[in-house]
Design a protein around this ligand. Structure first.
Ligand code: HEC
Length: 111
């Protein structure tokens, strides 16, 4: 009796955890098919690395794919069904991953 109540409670706790901010890795699974499980090892050369990119850059790109302002047959289809919250969560999650992207200081180009 007690054990079954505990199992029922655990089921409720774990399903509500998935609906919260912790859902980003799960939402990112479909993206990982092309961008790589670590978002740093894309499956082909014409797919960009995303790990460690600025979250606001990622959010802008996804928003533009969704609206059609940025055109790419693959990504327009991917972004179509994303909500504003999905975009925010995915951007924060992917941006928090470590990857090979680096910012080269501007003073190296402008003197
Ligand atoms: C079928 C393969 C595929 C899948 C799945 C996919 N992408 Fe992409 N993604 C691409 C390609 C190809 C590009 C480059 C498009 C371009 O040139 O604009 C790209 C570009 C991007 C960019 C822009 C990167 C930049 O440097 O400007 C972001 C952000 C992005 N994808 C996020 C996602 C997210 C989030 C998902 C999951 C919801 C996802 N992608 C799923 C193939 C894919």
């Amino acid at each position: 009796m007690k054990a079954s109540l505990l199992i029922a409670l655990l089921a409720v706790v774990s399903s509500s955890a998935q609906a919260g901010a912790g859902a980003a890795p799960q939402k990112a699974e479909v993206c990982a098919a092309c961008h790589g499980a670590d978002f740093n090892t894309p499956i082909s050369e014409d797919i960009p690395r995303l790990a460690g990119q600025y979250p606001d850059y990622l959010a802008r790109a996804m928003t533009d794919y969704k609206s059609g302002a940025r055109k790419n047959a693959l990504m327009n289809g991917q972004a179509e069904s994303l909500s504003a919250q999905d975009i925010e969560e995915l951007s924060a999650y992917i941006g928090s991953l470590s990857g090979k992207l680096k910012v080269i200081p501007l003073h190296r180009f402008i003197r």
